[in-house]
Design a binder for this molecule. Structure first.
Ligand code: SF4
Length: 115
């Protein structure tokens, strides 16, 4: 099984376990899984495809997918920062996918940039 297939399957299982759904837009979902696959191959771990990774595991632990911010973001906004994981309303098209604020602390973002 390729990394793409593995990561997609993991995301499907994880969504089911947490009673969430995956992005309902097939092209967006495909791009997100491709992004995770690239990061898995590049860094050795599937860090968030919508954020900049440092490539240093210690700095990136909080953004290894599913990241530490997924559950509060899905609870508050109905989707994670990338919209890989969404709630039922978004999955069913009752609410649109929209940008949400970054919950990751600013110091961690700067750390990933090496600042
Ligand atoms: S924002 Fe979504 S896609 Fe990105 S790491 Fe968190 S759960 Fe994964």
């Amino acid at each position: 099984m390729s990394w793409y297939e593995r990561l997609k399957k993991n995301a499907e299982r994880n969504a089911e376990k947490k009673r969430m759904y995956l992005c309902p837009e097939p092209e967006q979902l495909d791009n997100l899984i491709k992004g995770l696959t690239v990061n898995r191959e590049r860094y050795g771990y599937p860090s968030c495809p919508c954020r900049i990774s440092s490539g240093i595991l210690e700095n990136d632990k909080d953004i290894i997918c599913p990241c530490d911010y997924r559950i509060p973001d899905v609870e508050e906004y109905g989707m994670c920062y990338c919209a890989l994981y969404v709630n039922k309303d978004i999955h069913d098209g009752k609410r649109p996918i929209e940008p949400i604020p970054e919950r990751r602390p600013y110091e961690k973002v700067l750390g990933s940039l090496g600042l």
